[in-house]
Design a binder for this molecule. Structure first.
Ligand SMILES: [Zn+2]
Length: 94
C-alpha cells in the first residue's frame, strides 16, 4: 500500500460533474505522484485545496497553474477544507 496523502487532503471529494448531476455522483481519486491533487479521469477534471485568500481571487474561467506546470482553468469552488477551499480546475483548451 502507498502511504496516505498529506493530512490536509482529507477524504476524496466528489467530482464536480457529480455535484451538479446527482445521478452521476462519483468521487475523484488521488493523483499519483502529486500529493494533495485529485483527478477524475472520466471528466479530465482535477481538484486541489488552495488557501482561502487564493480562492477568493479566483473565478470560473480564470487561469490556474496546474500541478504539473501546465496552464489550467478554474472550473469552480468546492467545499471548505482544512487549510483552505477545494478548487476544481481542468487543463486549458485552446
Ligand atoms: Zn467525474
Amino acid at each position: 500500500m502507498q502511504s496516505q496523502p498529506q493530512p490536509s487532503s482529507g477524504p476524496n471529494p466528489f467530482c464536480e460533474i457529480g455535484r451538479t448531476h446527482p445521478r452521476d455522483r462519483h468521487r475523484m481519486k488521488p493523483l499519483e505522484g502529486h500529493p494533495g491533487v485529485w483527478e477524475c479521469s472520466r471528466h479530465d477534471l482535477f481538484a486541489q485545496v488552495v488557501p482561502k485568500d487564493t480562492a477568493g481571487t479566483l473565478d470560473r474561467g480564470d487561469p490556474f497553474p496546474m500541478h504539473d506546470g501546465a496552464d489550467g482553468t478554474v472550473v469552480r469552488h468546492g467545499d471548505d477544507r482544512q487549510g483552505g477551499v477545494l478548487l476544481y480546475y481542468r487543463a486549458q483548451t485552446a
